[in-house]
Design a protein around this ligand. Structure first.
Ligand code: ZN
Length: 339
């Protein structure tokens, strides 16, 4: 009960990629890059295990950005045609590649990484993939002509990939869908259907991560415009409660989301974000425990998985380690209450 996990990413070592940056360029190449990425995964696992995290990830050490890892493995995307667009409803600018032809997978995209991750730890492992709507929002479409159409095409490809990962022993597949907090109408119109398509027939546990974004300035500025209570989840949770997805990873620590909203998730697993990734202050275990106890007023303890609010890739590495330890220790405090 109360098995701790993380949203997904951890900071990369400075010898592998530029610290504290999104889309950070690699600092190694060729075989050295390959070896460096694997070494970084080993360190990410060690940090999580030492902190008492029960369901671990590879810290997304092998991908430049949480969306690109998957998209780089697709046919039909032209990375020589990079275009600057406003993403997440123009909250910030990003250079994105162009879809010029039907999307297909060239072959397994993350199998080698999943196999390596599985071989390096005895703990349960979670593998993250970007969700259909978030990819559709982080790419320039010059082929499909509608976000719903490209989204459903992506969902089918994510499903192919996820089935392979599950067969390799991945325990949890998580789809990252920060776009679900931005385009609430689209969530209703096609987002849930795409999510259902993406997890169709998977034998493992599944989850979707919906947050208010990394702790970067564009996001913290946006949060200031959202008012005293953030109620975006109120629209999406009832829809998710009726979906095929197994669990929902969300932002609770230091946010203005009323905790009572998690009661709208029905019997889904709730990955309660109890560590704030937008603050340089390290939570105390007691603070983490307070968030978890608050969550327990609205859903059963058996549904709760203590987690981070979002990925920690843009954070200082030592800070991220300290936050991991606070998460593990806070979860242990609440487990003690329950036993
Ligand atoms: Zn996030």
């Amino acid at each position: 009960m109360l098995d701790a996990t993380i949203a997904g990413s951890l900071p990369k070592p400075a010898w592998l990629a530029t610290p504290k940056a999104l889309w950070a360029p690699w600092r190694l190449e060729g075989a050295a890059l390959e070896e460096g990425r694997r070494d970084a995964v080993r360190l990410a696992l060690q940090d999580q295990e030492e902190a008492g995290i029960d369901i671990v990830t590879d810290g997304e050490q092998t991908r430049r950005h949480f969306v690109w890892g998957f998209v780089e493995g697709l046919e039909g995307v032209d990375f020589s045609k990079m275009i600057t667009i406003g993403i997440r409803a123009d909250r910030y600018k990003a250079d994105v590649p162009t879809v010029t032809a039907p999307l297909t997978r060239r072959g397994p995209i993350h199998s080698a990484e999943a196999r390596f991750l599985r071989s390096q730890t005895r703990r349960r492992v979670k593998f993250t993939l970007p969700g259909p709507m978030t990819i559709a929002d982080t790419i320039h479409d010059a082929y499909y002509g509608s976000r719903a159409r490209i989204g459903m095409a992506l969902a089918a490809l994510i499903n192919e990939e996820a089935r392979e990962l599950a067969a390799l022993g991945v325990d949890v597949i998580q789809l990252d869908e920060p776009a679900f907090n931005v385009y609430m109408d689209e969530v209703r119109e096609w987002g849930i259907e795409a999510l259902n398509r993406a997890v169709d027939g998977l034998p493992c546990k599944t989850a979707v991560h919906i947050c208010y974004g990394y702790g970067i300035k564009a996001n913290t500025d946006w949060k200031k415009t959202l008012g005293g209570e953030w109620r975006q989840y109120e629209l999406t949770f009832p829809l998710l409660a009726g979906s095929r997805i197994g669990g929902v990873s969300l932002e609770c620590a230091g946010s203005r989301v009323p905790m009572s909203l998690i009661g709208l998730l029905g019997d889904k697993d709730v990955l309660v974000g109890a560590v704030d990734v937008a603050s340089d202050r390290v939570e105390t275990p007691e603070e983490v425990a307070t968030v978890l106890r608050e969550a327990m007023k609205h859903v059963k303890p058996s549904q709760i998985f203590p987690c981070t609010n979002c990925g920690m890739v843009p954070l200082d590495r030592e800070l991220a380690r300290a936050k991991l330890r606070a998460l593990g220790a806070g979860a242990a405090l609440v487990r003690r209450d329950l036993s």
